[in-house]
Unconditional design. Structure first.
Length: 68
């Protein structure tokens, strides 16, 4: 993709439909370094987020304002 002009890439470690595995992320980082690209990573922990969402939902805390 870099040879087509795409030089930066966004990757996610969370969100079921977007997250990449560690090996895919590492391969992307190596390729970006090798070919002069840039990888931006949303590096949240998927399993922790999933756990906390379930905990908050079970406690009836579903309004985002509880974080304020």
């Amino acid at each position: 993709m870099i040879d087509r002009g795409y030089t930066s890439f966004k990757m996610f470690t969370t969100y079921e439909t977007l997250r990449v595995t560690d090996d895919v992320l590492l391969k992307a980082l190596v390729q970006a370094r090798t070919h002069g690209g840039l990888v931006c990573v949303h590096a949240e922990n998927h399993h922790m987020i999933d756990y906390l969402v379930k905990e908050f939902q079970a406690a009836g805390k579903s309004n985002p304002n509880i974080m304020l």
